[in-house]
Write a protein of this length. Structure first.
Lengths: 112, 457
């Protein structure tokens, strides 16, 4: 199994969610995050004084998938989250040792 | 002269309008502070209402408007307002309004002036020391200065006037408090900013306003209340009040435009904080001048105030004092602009005709009055500035050395709301301590073992 983690622009969340549902992904975890990449932050001006906002708001989306699906899921997220402008985010996968469903205690792929 | 119910109704209503300015100020300032210090900021305004109101009925009104024959202060006496319930107001002439209506109206000015100072010392002043400072400051600074500027003396039946404040007697034109309220508060703010020192991270990690809609709400409430402040100062429902109201509106509108114009040209964007700040700058500048200018001149004053104040607020970074919310840049500078502008564009007006004709104001430089008025205005503005700055500086240092005025470094980092008031303005803990699953402290049991948790491993 793989854990796919995506950092995306907050307003793209609905598009990504819809695309993943269409692909057949049943669940995900979403959290608010902040950070920066090559985009860096932005500058705000209050009464003439400049404030550098280094960390910009992002959404962090996590999905557990079977190994076979991971490449396609990454593809789906990249396509649906893309605006082509700087700051679109990142997607990465890491191997997962085990998964348990809390309600039933099932393990492995059955628990996804 | 008998009591005039129309005039009285307007002054009573104006009193309520001016009171609303102080909670409005609390929002204006409170939105500009950090989320962790907004309650303390707002509490400083509310504390001013509580403290000054009590002192006013005890002795404040007498010290400001009593007749001791001195131009420097009123009478050291109890205000004794209860026995004055049937008296009319006598302030350089008898007005058809009860003395108590005048006393209530003037109280609101005494309340908001120390509250204005609080913006200079955001995030870092001990609340108890602030309360004691307010009580001492109004006694040593505001009440005497109000006497200088606002007390036109008692006029007896023969037309003799006694006990006028020394600036009022010299003809300083300050209709609603450019000197006594704004220059006074601005100079005191500068002094306290110096006494308390810069906040941690000043210039390096600037704090940005945590709630700009609050700032706009506060500016709106201040603007609304300011009609009572300025037009109410006519002490009657008359042409002078209407002139003051109209000038207040157009100068403020023009100042918003002036401030935004500077921002657009200099920074590339017109901001909401700039609009709110421009409104206050315009209101401050028109305060002394509102009954002495033609409306077109008020527009000019507004634009000038908006431009000058928007540039002045940057000075603190160059001069290295942490006037956190720009009390100096907006109130002291705005007050100076308004007071001195009268010297150029002030003129005289007449209402009524024949025996009931009432004329006020004198001509400034551009109305053929020469330099006299400008000189008088400068005397008024700078004497109040100097007195307020010096006395506040001494008072501030005395409090800092005895009670301590500034909170500890740890408390400042932790957030003054929590350390001084044991409160926080916002529920920011999310699902761990808030609406989800938060139990009252007494019912919450700390689980330390797996047995207690009902799990055997």
């Amino acid at each position: 199994m793989k854990l796919v983690t995506a950092i995306i622009k907050p307003f793209k969340l609905d598009d990504v969610k819809a695309a993943l549902e269409a692909y057949g992904i049943d669940g995900m975890t979403v959290s608010e995050a902040s950070g920066y990449g090559r985009q860096r932050g932005h500058t705000e001006v209050y009464r003439g004084a400049e404030y550098n906002v280094d960390l910009v708001p992002k959404v962090r989306l996590e999905v557990l998938v079977d190994d076979a699906d991971s490449e396609s899921v990454v593809e789906v997220i990249v396509k649906s989250a893309q605006t082509g402008r700087i700051g679109d985010g990142k997607v990465w996968t890491v191997p997962v040792e085990t998964v348990a469903r809390v309600r039933t205690g099932e393990r492995g792929s059955g628990a996804l | 002269m008998t009591m005039n119910s129309g005039d009285t109704a307007w002054v009573l209503a104006s009193t309520a309008l001016v009171l609303l300015m102080t909670p409005g100020l609390a929002f204006f300032y409170g939105g500009m502070t950090k989320a962790k210090s907004t309650l303390n900021m707002m509490m400083m305004s509310f504390a001013a209402i509580a403290i000054v109101s009590v002192l006013w009925v005890l002795f404040g009104f007498s010290l400001a408007f009593g007749n001791s024959g001195s131009g420097l202060y009123g009478k050291f006496d109890l205000s004794g307002l209860g026995s004055a319930v049937n008296e009319l107001t006598n302030n350089g002439g008898v007005y058809g309004i009860p003395l108590l209506a005048f006393a209530g109206f003037q109280l609101m000015f005494a309340v908001i002036t120390p509250a204005l100072i609080s913006g200079a010392i955001a995030d870092r002043a001990k609340f108890l020391t602030w309360g004691i400072f307010v009580a001492l400051w109004v006694t040593l600074v505001y009440f005497p200065v109000a006497h200088w500027v606002f007390d036109f003396g008692d006029k007896d039946a023969d037309g003799n006037i006694t006990g006028a404040g020394w600036l009022a007697a010299r003809g300083v034109e300050d209709f609603a408090g450019g000197t006594a309220v704004h220059i006074n508060a601005g100079a005191a703010g500068l002094a306290l900013a110096i006494v308390l020192g810069r906040r941690i991270g000043f210039k390096k990690h600037p704090s940005r306003p945590h709630n700009l809609p609050f700032v706009l709400l506060g500016a709106g409430l201040l603007w609304f209340g300011w009609f009572g402040f300025n037009a109410g100062s006519a002490l009657g429902a008359n042409g002078q009040a209407a002139l003051a109201l109209m000038n207040t509106q157009v100068a403020t509108a023009a100042a918003v435009a002036g401030w935004l114009l500077v921002e657009k040209i200099r920074d590339g964007h017109a901001t909401s904080l700039g609009a709110a700040s421009g409104a206050i700058a315009g209101l401050v500048a028109i305060t002394p001048a509102c009954a002495f200018l033609a409306p077109w001149a008020s527009v000019l004053l507004g634009v000038i105030a908006g431009v000058i104040c928007s540039l002045a607020v940057g000075l603190k970074y160059k001069l290295n004092f942490d006037d956190s919310l720009d009390v100096v840049g907006v109130h002291m500078i705005g007050g100076l602009v308004g007071c001195l502008f009268i010297g150029f564009f002030g003129t005289s007006f007449t209402t009524g005709s024949g025996d009931s004709a009432y004329t006020w104001g004198v001509n400034g430089l551009f109305y053929g009055g020469g330099w006299n008025l400008l000189g008088t205005q400068a005397l008024g503005a700078f004497s109040v500035l100097a007195y307020s700055f010096v006395v506040t500086l001494i008072l501030g240092y005395l409090l800092e050395k005895t009670l301590g005025f500034r909170i500890s470094r740890d408390a400042e980092l932790e957030g003054i709301d929590l350390t001084e008031h044991a409160e926080t303005a916002y529920e920011l803990e999310g699902n761990s301590g808030g609406g989800f699953g938060g139990l009252p402290k007494a019912e919450k049991k700390r689980i330390t073992t797996t047995e207690e948790a009902g799990v055997s491993v």
